[in-house]
Write a protein that binds this ligand. Structure first.
Ligand code: ADQ
Length: 515
């Protein structure tokens, strides 16, 4: 964060996202300030705090309006104010057209190969443009007294915003990060407004994706759609005299240094010197198997003491492969009845986009599948699946990560997937198995996970079996290597990399003032 503040110099930082970092909502008779579960808040908050920036977002909490000043500003975090949150108000129609319609029924399925047909309505497109224009207006108002502001836009809700901002403030440095995949050019071309979206994005100086293949798909889409010069060596696009850099910036999670030390102490004991490696190996193999873990507080609370716990944590979203994961558990129990009464799969599913029809249908399908599987196998009080349909606190989710033998991430397609990385970060005991979809961006980095094709129910079932039967030494070796990866590539580094690149952009006509 300090590094970024130096780069920013006098330029102030403005972050734009649809979701706000703090929401005020009524709960029973009191108003609570809630932090929505989002990797974005963790990633950007330290940076905003360090440079006292401004975060512009949709004020979506029921009581939000009561907590802002006359400029719709609120200093946050509420208990230690360090930066400004500017809330933007959207009408019911705008939320329905921009957020639920164009963004989530159009662009979301368009960019994810999860075989859900995108819906593009003319009316939604109009609201999409209108809301992007509204945010541009607010941004320009916020930036009026700042020279060379730095704007960092988040996600597919704002594809048109970079161009709008650049037109109004050519001196602004603009970056946009696309948190979801970018599909191949032919898939993207079914969007009736693909040229407008691409043109909007190319207003940015830096366009970030999670992985290189999304960047390649983006360049190819531009190549086939617009009059522009794409440079496949520099990974940049020249259009109308302006250059946009297209780069991968794999997002990650926070890394708390003392978690590592704890883990290293478990792995290597407190020994040092020449004997360390051998002793460490011995201690891996001497450590009791997961017996102790099968009796955690959480196991007791869930009434599953002595059972192996498998965990899934997701928004209730059809791209996450929740149904496919359930079918894999069913297949495992069908094929290997030995596991009956020995395993429990807990799926925590946060309600998401609850007014969008495909999400309503998914929720029903997940519930039916869980009921069917539980009915099929339940035995003397044991049920194989526990479905928890609510948003939990980070602390609660972490308890599940820590108590699990296996974390199951079986997204059908995912830009990155932070759950896989949160699971690894939580495992300061240096144990646990990660099963990871090869279609999640995270699979590019986490090579020691058990990688699966989530559509292949048999393969996922087999991976669960492999995970359950893996030796403690093998588990530790794999998780240790993956934890090392995310320790080095944490979310602070992600934010710093994007902002360093955008701060290095030369703005047209900009020269140093005469001494
Ligand atoms: P998401 O699709 O939301 O993010 P993901 O990256 O897994 O997916 O992040 C979900 C976050 O929500 C995690 O922090 C997780 O802990 C939390 N969460 C999920 N269910 C929860 C529950 N029931 N209770 C509490 N917390 C819960 C999008 C892209 C991803 C990309 C991220 C960041 O789709 O591919 O990794 O943005 O760029």
């Amino acid at each position: 964060a300090v590094h970024v503040r130096e780069k920013l110099g006098n330029g102030k930082l403005y972050v734009v996202s649809n979701r706000e970092p703090y929401m005020h909502v009524k709960q029973c008779s009191t108003v609570e300030c809630v932090v929505p579960p989002s990797g974005l808040v963790t990633a950007l908050e330290p940076v905003l705090q360090a440079c006292d920036g401004t975060w512009i977002a949709h004020g979506s909490g029921s009581e939000d309006a009561a907590f802002v000043d006359e400029h719709d500003h609120l200093r946050v975090p509420p208990d230690d104010p360090r930066y400004t949150l500017r809330r933007v108000w959207l009408s019911e129609e705008e939320v329905s057209g921009h957020y639920e319609g164009f963004s989530n029924e159009g662009l979301w399925p368009l960019c994810h190969m999860a075989h859900t047909r995108p819906i593009f309505r003319v009316q939604d497109w109009e609201y999409y443009q209108q809301v992007n224009a509204k945010f541009a207006e607010v941004l320009v108002e916020e930036m009026r007294d700042t020279e060379h502001p730095v704007v960092f836009i988040q996600d597919y809700h704002f594809a048109l915003l970079p161009r709008m901002v650049k037109n109004l403030r050519p001196d602004a440095r603009v970056a946009i990060f696309w948190h979801i995949p970018w599909p191949n050019a032919e898939a993207f071309s079914i969007c009736p407004w693909q040229a407008e979206l691409l043109d909007g994005l190319l207003g940015a100086d830096v366009i970030g994706f999670h992985i290189q293949s999304h960047c390649n798909n983006f360049l190819d889409t531009v190549d086939r759609t617009l009059e522009a010069r794409t440079d496949w060596e520099q990974f940049s696009i020249l259009r109308g005299g302006h250059t946009s850099l297209v780069k991968p910036f794999p997002i990650s999670v926070a890394w708390d240094e003392h978690m590592t030390e704890q883990a290293e102490n478990v792995h290597h004991g407190s020994l040092n010197g020449a004997g360390l490696k051998k002793d460490a190996e011995d201690s891996w193999n001497r450590l009791p198997d997961s017996d102790e873990r099968l009796h955690s507080d959480l196991h007791r609370e869930l009434g599953i003491e002595g059972k192996h716990l498998l965990v899934g944590v997701d928004r209730m979203d059809y791209t996450k492969g929740i149904v496919e994961r359930l079918l894999a558990v069913e297949y495992l129990l069908d094929e290997h009845p030995w596991y009956l009464e020995k395993i429990v799969f807990a799926q925590i599913a946060a309600p998401s986009r609850t007014r969008v029809p495909s999400y309503i249908a998914l929720k029903a399908q997940v519930e039916e599948t869980v009921e069917r599987i539980n009915r099929k196998f339940e035995k003397s009080g044991w049920k194989p699946v526990i479905l928890i349909e609510r948003q939990c606190s980070h602390k609660e989710v972490t308890r599940y990560y820590k108590a699990a033998d296996i974390c199951l991430v079986t997204s059908l397609h995912d830009g990155m997937n932070l759950v896989s990385k949160e699971f690894l970060a939580a495992r300061s005991d240096g144990d646990g198995v990660l099963i990871l979809s090869r279609f999640a961006g995270a699979a590019q980095e986490l090579r020691d996970a058990l990688t699966v094709n989530p559509y292949d129910v048999r393969q996922v079932a087999e991976a669960i079996r492999t995970g359950l039967e893996m030796s403690p030494g093998e588990r530790r070796l794999r998780i240790d290597r993956m934890r090392q990866q995310i320790k080095e590539h944490n979310v602070y580094r992600w934010a710093a990399m994007v902002l360093t690149d955008v701060c290095a952009v030369r703005i047209e006509g900009e020269v140093l003032a005469d001494p």
